[in-house]
Design a protein around this ligand. Structure first.
Ligand code: AQP
Length: 327
């Protein structure tokens, strides 16, 4: 089975990324031949500082390994090192519907937040479709926020297959059972995010333990006193989900354990559990990040493996689309 997922080297990575992304990557790499891509080409679709991109790419690579990816077993690489991604994106734009791109909620949300809206922000899902389809991917571990983009990738694959002959596997998503959408601690109706969330409500993976505890202590809860997941209790639901993931218990067990206790107890315990969960990640990350030559060596190995794996699909795309091929 082939597995693929991508993550952007933007902003500080947060607890939502950990639960919807990193944690799932480490688990799914066990399922087969896995590819994990630092999608640096995606990260230039919103305003960014070129001086940061280099460091953030290496930061993220170290974080991927610190959270459990094994670069010997899986292919871990940067998108810009494999030119097939940019090429596939252009070819696939021929079978992507303009109207469907305009309906992407992430595009609408991000476009609403800024004055300058790049064309890349609009065509972002086509690049993402190419990322996935180039590797004949069966499964894509992602958070709930990427569901719509994956649906588009599936449509693109089906349209290409129907028009030019069977070329791509039509991929399926793998979503975490609990925590597919971790919410902002201050505004629990919005997803936790470095671009769209609040500073106090976003728990960063490399934050100091005391700062993490403080963020949980000041998390917004809901009316009533009962600790239970419910649609009208988005704050409490989010905290129960986070505690459930951090302590590897079902949400039902967490609710039962807090029967009769107050929101203050829950907030304190979630903070402590998250600190405990992230402490070894932080330690391992700092160790890896201090050895930049080793990170670059591993990235080069990943790029080589990804080029070899994606080339046959890209060649098949050119050929089936009718381009003259020279070999
Ligand atoms: N709040 C979340 N809950 C669960 N999963 C999440 N993911 C992101 N936010 C949550 C998952 O993390 C993976 C990487 O996503 P990304 O590359 O889009 O990361 P990001 O850009 O850093 O995410 P942000 O901070 O949320 O930024 P915006 O809002 O700008 O996209 C994906 O699998 C994603 O589902």
């Amino acid at each position: 089975m082939k597995i693929f997922s991508g993550i952007q080297p933007t902003g500080d990575k947060h607890l939502g990324n950990y639960i919807g992304g990193f944690r799932q990557y480490a688990r799914t790499q066990e399922l087969g031949d896995a590819f994990f891509c630092i999608v640096d080409l995606h990260s230039i679709t919103v305003d960014y500082d070129p001086r940061d991109l280099h460091d953030r790419t290496l930061d993220l690579f170290a974080m991927l390994i610190a959270t459990g990816l094994d670069p010997q077993r899986s292919t871990v690489f940067a998108q810009s090192h494999v030119t097939a991604h940019a090429e596939a994106s252009w070819l696939l734009s021929a079978v992507t519907s303009y109207g469907q791109l305009g309906r992407m909620t992430q595009f609408k949300d991000k476009a609403d937040q800024r004055e300058f809206v790049s064309a890349g922000l609009y065509t972002y899902p086509v690049l993402m479709a190419g990322d996935i389809l180039l590797y004949q991917t069966d499964r894509v571990p992602i958070g709930d926020d990427q569901r719509q983009h994956l649906e588009l990738a599936r449509d693109v694959a089906q349209r290409f297959n129907a028009r030019f002959g069977k070329t791509f596997v039509v991929p399926e998503g793998i979503y975490p059972e609990i925590g597919a959408r971790i919410m902002d601690l201050q505004e629990p109706t919005k997803k936790m995010s470095t671009t769209g969330g609040t500073e106090q409500g976003t728990v960063k993976l490399l934050e100091e333990p005391d700062a993490i505890r403080k963020k949980f202590r000041s998390a917004v809860t809901d009316s009533g006193r009962e600790i239970r997941r419910a649609a009208d209790k988005p704050g409490v639901t989010n905290l129960v989900d986070i505690l459930s993931v951090a302590t590897d218990r079902s949400p039902g067990d967490v609710e039962q354990a807090y029967d009769g206790q107050g929101y203050g107890d829950l907030k304190r315990d979630v903070g402590d559990a998250v600190v405990e969960l992230l402490a070894p990640v932080r330690e391992r990350y700092l160790e890896l990040r201090s050895n930049e030559p080793e990170l670059l060596r591993l990235l080069a190995t990943g790029a080589e493996k990804a080029r070899a794996a994606s080339t046959p699909t890209l060649e098949a795309m050119y050929e089936r689309m009718g381009f003259v091929t020279l070999s």
